[in-house]
Design a protein around this ligand. Structure first.
Ligand code: AP5
Ligand code: MG
Length: 209
């Protein structure tokens, strides 16, 4: 089963993808995580995209498609995958159609207010990418990753200015994919305003139909 997770920044795509990938044995592919790993290792790609991610702009089409194409070429995706944060533009959706087929596009629906609360309280473990929230999913010890003990950080693009810009980019470039995938009969709406457990249950229900 091949899935796309669509939704605004902070909708919970990464959080729910982790649960769904375990439950349905799917590989979780987050383009944001791939770019952040490239930045962490200061690879050529990482140097190219660092300031783009910090500002909340989109990475150019060719670089993004190349990283997805490479990942989809690996053998571990045989049972299926979740693309989290890709595609984000019509051009990316068209490129994806050339690469593989998609069974469902999950559209995580959530209000702007909820997104702002979720992003401003998010903390991440820089090495594993594990996602926390200071109120909704706090670590056992304040500021420390439960498993590795490393210090949790705020993503550079979770500063107020970048959050607002990312929401604008979503509205301007990505939201159009909702009608695109609805027309193709692939869109599955999920109310993402509940607890992570509730959102996971709704998503799993859609996938088991
Ligand atoms: P990316 O990493 O994809 O960021 P995003 O789409 O902005 O989404 P987020 O990761 O911020 O949110 P999420 O929906 O995963 O929410 P999360 O689960 O963390 O992209 C980053 C950047 O990379 C882009 O800006 C761009 O520069 C570049 N990029 C990536 N893909 C690209 C592409 N295709 N093309 C071009 N450029 C690209 O949850 C958020 C918070 O809420 C957490 O604290 C979590 O604990 C909490 N939470 C989650 N669910 C719930 C819930 N149900 N209830 C309460 N709290 C919850
Ligand atoms: Mg994410």
């Amino acid at each position: 089963m091949n899935l796309v997770f669509l939704g605004p920044p902070g909708a919970g795509k990464g959080t729910i993808a982790k649960r769904v990938s375990q439950e349905f044995n799917l590989v979780h592919i987050s383009t944001g995580d791939l770019f952040r790993q490239a930045i962490a290792t200061q690879s050529e790609l990482g140097k190219q995209v660092q300031s783009i991610l910090a500002a909340g702009d989109l990475v150019p089409l060719e670089l993004t498609v190349a990283i997805v194409k490479e990942r989809l070429g690996e053998p571990d995706i045989a049972n299926g995958f979740i693309l989290d944060g890709f595609p984000r533009t019509l051009a990316q959706a068209e490129a994806l159609e050339e690469l593989t087929n998609i069974d469902h596009v999950i559209n995580f629906e959530v209000s702007r207010e909820v997104v702002l609360t979720r992003l401003s309280g998010r903390r991440v473990a820089p090495t594993s990418g594990r996602i926390y929230h200071i109120l909704y999913n706090p670590p056992q010890v304040d500021g420390i990753d439960d498993e590795s003990g490393e210090a949790l950080l705020q993503r550079p693009d979770d500063q107020p200015e970048a959050i607002l810009h990312r929401l604008d980019v979503y509205q301007g470039e990505t939201e159009v994919l909702i009608s695109h995938y609805r027309q193709l009969g692939l869109l599955r709406d999920v109310d993402a305003s509940g607890t992570p457990e509730e959102v996971f249950t709704l998503t799993a229900k859609v996938l088991r139909v």
